[in-house]
Design a protein around this ligand. Structure first.
Ligand code: WTA
Length: 648
């Protein structure tokens, strides 16, 4: 790193040393303009902004107004043309141990070649493109090439199926798709191109498909539409990066909310890039020669921000792994850490719990002494998992950076920050807000709650990483995020602030589940169940799961006349085929009817309460829009249903 705070000795992280943090935090809240003026120079700008923040069109905030930059330039060119040209940007490895190392100069060449090809295919600034790929080098290359020419990309997680892809392409109007013939998962090939082919039957906007040859599997090639990646990137000249406005969109990432259809969260160029680069420095304090391993999938925000953009902007070396942590053997992840001498590991509590279950002998048999900092993300981490991670993986030497954030927040918002001061850690707490973040715990009526009381986590002031909007959905942007508490950002999470000012995240306050750290909407799963053709009605909810955090439970009513011999298998296969494996419920219970209000709304919470045998005394809070009588009736009827289903 060229500048920035001096690193603290790494063994001092348990001792309070909050001086720098307190100063930065105070400045960020009291004089944000001054604070962000400094923070923004983590990037190179073509021309400086006129003002740091424009709030005139609340709740749409404009950061670094009229500032001009290119995120790809910041992530690639400035390193490729400077001292880091021969430094590894990515060390890519797969389950079989195949390895590919790409330097910053190599990345620059690849990104330019693809950017030129995209241009030649008619893609211009502001056009939308979709990316659906395995975890290979070409995935960040595709994102960076889009950013270079100002095309707005939407990257679709490879665990989604054809209908989910089509839904996203249709919402954003993508003109081009970049994919691969397939990807590998636990030794098997996942036929990605096949899913794209099926998705394109349901869409009208896509003119071109670029396919990376990765697995070598046979694919269907549509003349005039489908092109091999290796053919289109041949002998390409460099492409000048577009001068993007700070508030132009960079990408759209679809995420689950309280309604069925995923929402397209739009992130901008300037504010987003400033936020992710700074937060990575603050939270993890990465060093120039570190090997950073953010072991997430690029398909989620964690991968967008902390596998691709932030580490590249900082000029770091990342490990990029295509595979599972416990395949081919349960110690795969520890083997890779030992072999590649990773300095920082950033993963999910689910992964930690799953690995913990295999037993201590697996990490013990590998030399993990290169690790200096450990991180987690995506769901609350239970203290037992925290301690195991801390003791067995970090040898009680590495701080655990429990980062709390969301797709919408762009980057971390509450997290320990060893780059700017060190608070004592508390296992299970994401600790303190990062500079610029002004959280508050509120009750239903917008009253601030005192320390120790559970309420909604709300952020009072805007910060640069906040999304710039929802694609095609102004109404939802306003009502879901800024409607509950006027012009304050509603996270949708429950939390408690303790007497030391530490935040404890307590899970979602809405219809969103966190399954293995993945964000899944209950209604999205219901739609997927209905899509199978044999389900007439479905009710879905989450239940606590020891490893995955939450698992998906569903109750379904079959369509009359369904003849399938094993309807549960038919449903599972249907969901996998249409929407992808990620939305398959862990439990599928078939019943004759589901409790509904008179207006026909399925009473999801009643199903859950009866299933969990936990009907609270005051049932009126269970379901809005239904009378007490109606609820009682529904409970009784559903109890019988459940009994019949269990007896079968
Ligand atoms: C949850 C993932 C507790 C939370 C980056 C949030 C967490 C949702 C943590 C966003 C954490 C994320 N502790 N809960 N450290 N990090 N969450 O959009 O419920 O996939 O609202 O972004 O994950 O999920 P998303």
């Amino acid at each position: 790193m060229t500048e920035g705070p001096n690193p603290l000795p790494f063994d001092s992280f348990m001792n309070p040393g909050l001086g720098k943090y307190s100063k930065a935090y105070k400045e960020s809240i009291e004089t944000p303009e001054k604070f962000y003026e400094g923070a923004a120079w983590i990037l190179d700008w073509y021309s400086k902004w006129d003002s740091v923040l424009d709030k005139s069109n609340e709740p749409y905030y404009k950061w670094f107004v009229n500032g001009k930059l290119n995120v790809c330039y910041n992530a690639v060119d400035r390193h490729a043309n400077g001292n880091r040209r021969n430094k590894a940007a990515y060390i890519w490895v797969d389950e079989k141990g195949n390895e590919k190392i790409v330097t910053y100069r190599g990345l620059y060449k690849r990104v330019n070649a693809l950017a030129r090809a995209l241009r030649e295919m008619g893609i211009r600034k502001g056009d939308r493109i979709a990316i659906y790929m395995p975890m290979i080098i070409e995935e960040p290359v595709a994102m960076l090439a889009a950013a270079r020419i100002g095309a707005v990309f939407t990257l679709i997680f490879s665990g989604f199926g054809a209908e989910a892809i089509a839904e996203r392409i249709n919402d954003c109007g993508a003109r081009l798709v970049i994919t691969a013939d397939g990807g590998y998962r636990r030794g098997k090939i996942v036929p990605l191109k096949e899913s794209v082919d099926r998705a394109l039957e349901l869409t009208k906007t896509v003119e071109t498909v670029i396919v990376v040859k990765h697995t070598g599997s046979e694919i269907n090639v549509v003349e005039g539409r489908d092109y091999w990646y290796h053919d289109v990137v041949q002998d390409k000249e460099l492409v000048e990066p577009e001068r993007m406005d700070s508030n132009d969109p960079l990408f759209i990432l679809y995420t689950s909310g309280t309604t069925g259809k995923p929402k397209g969260v739009v992130h901008g160029n300037g504010g987003y890039a400033v936020w992710i680069a700074n937060t990575l420095k603050w939270a993890f304090d990465p060093q120039e020669n570190d090997r950073w391993w953010c072991a997430a999938d690029i398909g989620w925000i964690t991968g967008h921000s902390y596998i691709v953009f932030a580490p590249l902007i900082l000029g770091l070396t990342s490990i990029l792994y295509e595979g599972s942590f416990d395949y081919p053997t349960p110690d795969q992840i520890w083997k890779l850490i030992a072999y590649y001498e990773a300095d920082i590991l950033y993963t999910s509590p689910t992964a930690i719990r799953a690995l913990m279950k295999y037993g201590d002998e697996y990490p013990k048999s590998h030399n993990l002494s290169s690790l200096r900092v450990l991180g987690t993300v995506g769901e609350p981490i239970n203290p037992v998992a925290w301690e195991w991670y801390y003791e067995k993986i970090g040898s009680s030497q590495c701080p655990i950076i429990d980062t709390y954030w969301q797709t919408e927040t762009g980057g971390f918002v509450i997290s320990p920050a060893i780059g700017i001061g060190v608070a004592p850690l508390k296992p299970g707490s994401a600790t303190l807000p990062l500079p610029g973040i002004d959280p508050v715990i509120m009750d239903q009526d917008g009253k601030e709650l005192p320390a120790g009381e559970k309420g909604f986590l709300v952020i009072r002031k805007p910060w640069p990483g906040l999304m710039i909007g929802l694609n095609n959905d102004d109404e939802k942007y306003r009502s879901m995020y800024f409607g509950k508490f006027k012009n304050m950002y509603f996270t949708g999470d429950y939390a408690i602030k303790d007497k030391d000012g530490y935040y404890w995240l307590l899970g979602r306050a809405d219809e969103v589940l966190k399954v293995s750290g993945h964000r899944i909407g209950t209604i999205e799963v219901e739609d997927a169940l209905l899509s199978t053709g044999i389900v007439a009605e479905a009710g879905v909810f989450g239940k606590p799961h020891q490893v995955k955090g939450e698992s998906i439970v569903s109750f379904v009513v079959l369509k009359s006349g369904t003849t399938s011999e094993s309807p549960v298998d038919t449903i599972k296969n249907g969901v996998r085929h249409n929407f992808g494996p990620i939305l398959i419920p862990d439990e599928i219970h078939i019943v004759g009817s589901l409790p509904k209000t008179r207006s026909g709304k399925i009473m999801r919470r009643i199903i859950k309460a009866v299933y969990q045998d936990q009907i609270p005394g005051d049932i009126t809070t269970l379901e809005s829009g239904a009378s007490v009588e109606e609820i009682k009736e529904a409970i009784e009827k559903f109890r019988k249903e459940l009994k019949m289903a269990n007896d079968q």
